[in-house]
Design a protein around this ligand. Structure first.
Ligand code: SF4
Ligand code: SF4
Length: 292
C-alpha cells in the first residue's frame, strides 16, 4: 500500500468545487510562486511552524528535541516532540505520513453528504501530482466507490503521469499563472512548457476543466502578458471557464513561522474590483471569465 505526506484534510468544504467536499492537501510542490499563500505546502517533508508571539521561553521544547533544532531549525527531522511538550501552542507540526487507506477512511466519513449535495473529494496542495502513486491508489478507490473527484493542480508534471491520473478524475481546476515562459520562470522558478502541454491535452480529450489565474500586480497584469494569456486560452476548443484570483498577502505571517522570507515585500492585497478591467478584456475576447 502507498503512503504519502498530507498537510491537511478539511471536511465540509464549500469553496473547493461543486457541493459539499472533503479537501485533501498533499505536501510538496515543485513551483516556488512568489505570492504562495501556503508556504507550509512547499517542502515535501513535515515541518515545524514556530509562533514566536506565543512562546514564553520556558525551554521545555529544547529539552526534548533530539537534534537541537528548536530555534535554528537546522537538522529538524519533524518528529513533533517539541509540539507535544509546548503548553503555549507555540509550535505546530505540518505534514504527516498517511496510507491511502487512512486517507480513504477520512474521505468516507462524509460520503452521505457528497450524495446529497452532488459533492465529493478535492485533491489539492502543494502539488498533488508530486506524489502520483499515492494519489493514484486513492483516486482509483474513489472511482470504485463512485465518489466525485476534483484535481486542483498546477499541471506541472510529465504527460505520462498526467494522462494516467486524468482517467480517474471528474473535474480539474488548473492554474495558469502566465502563458509566457520567460515570465512564468520569473514568477514560479520553473518553465510552463509541460503545463501548457498538459492543458492542451485535457482540451483535446474533452476533459472537464476550469482555469485559475492568480493576478499579481507588477508581474502578470501588463497588457503584453495578458494578451499572451488570451492568445493561449483562445486556442482551446472546449472554451474553459477562467477564474481570476486577486493577489492577497494573507500567507505572509506563515513565512515567519517557518523561518522563511515573504518574497512580496509590502505589496498590498488586491481588491476584487481592480480585476474588473482585466475580466472585461477577457470577456471582450469571448472568454467566459469570472472573478473569485
Ligand atoms: S516549549 Fe513552547 S513556550 Fe516553551 S520555549 Fe518552546 S516554544 Fe516556547
Ligand atoms: S520537530 Fe523534532 S527535531 Fe524538529 S525542532 Fe521539534 S523536536 Fe526538534
Amino acid at each position: 500500500m502507498e503512503s504519502g505526506i498530507i498537510f491537511d484534510i478539511q471536511n465540509l468544504s464549500l469553496h473547493d468545487g461543486p457541493g459539499l467536499r472533503t479537501t485533501v492537501f498533499f505536501k510538496g510542490c515543485p513551483l516556488r510562486c512568489l505570492w504562495c499563500a501556503n508556504p507550509e505546502s512547499q517542502s515535501s517533508q513535515p515541518e515545524m511552524m514556530y509562533y514566536s508571539d506565543k512562546c514564553v521561553h520556558c525551554m521545555a521544547c529544547k529539552e526534548v528535541c533530539p537534534t537541537g533544532a528548536v530555534f535554528t531549525r537546522k537538522g529538524c527531522i519533524g518528529c513533533g516532540k517539541c509540539m507535544e511538550v509546548c503548553m503555549y501552542c507555540a509550535r505546530k507540526l505540518v505534514g504527516k505520513s498517511m496510507t491511502s487507506d487512512q486517507v480513504m477512511e477520512e474521505i468516507r466519513k462524509d460520503s452521505m453528504l457528497y450524495k446529497e449535495s452532488d459533492g465529493g473529494v478535492t485533491f489539492s496542495g502543494g502539488e498533488v501530482l508530486r506524489q502520483p502513486m499515492f494519489l493514484l491508489e486513492i483516486i482509483k478507490q474513489c472511482k470504485h466507490e463512485r465518489i466525485h473527484t476534483l484535481l486542483d493542480t498546477t499541471a506541472y508534471c510529465s504527460q505520462e503521469i498526467f494522462n494516467e491520473v486524468l482517467k480517474y478524475i471528474d473535474l480539474v481546476y488548473v492554474d495558469l499563472k502566465c502563458a509566457s515562459d520567460s515570465e512564468h520562470k520569473k514568477m514560479t522558478g520553473v518553465s510552463n512548457s509541460n503545463i501548457l502541454k498538459n492543458i492542451q491535452f485535457m482540451d483535446k480529450i474533452g476533459k472537464a476543466f476550469e482555469i485559475r489565474m492568480p493576478i499579481i500586480p507588477g508581474y502578470n497584469d501588463s497588457m503584453q502578458i495578458l494578451e499572451t494569456d488570451i492568445r493561449f486560452i483562445k486556442t482551446l476548443e472546449t472554451k474553459p471557464k477562467v477564474w481570476l484570483l486577486p493577489f492577497h498577502a494573507f500567507g505572509k505571517t506563515k513565512y515567519e513561522t517557518l523561518g522563511m522570507k515573504w518574497p512580496m515585500g509590502d505589496k498590498k492585497n488586491m481588491d476584487r474590483d481592480e480585476l474588473k478591467t482585466i475580466a472585461n478584456l477577457f470577456v471582450e475576447y469571448g472568454i467566459d471569465t469570472k472573478i473569485q
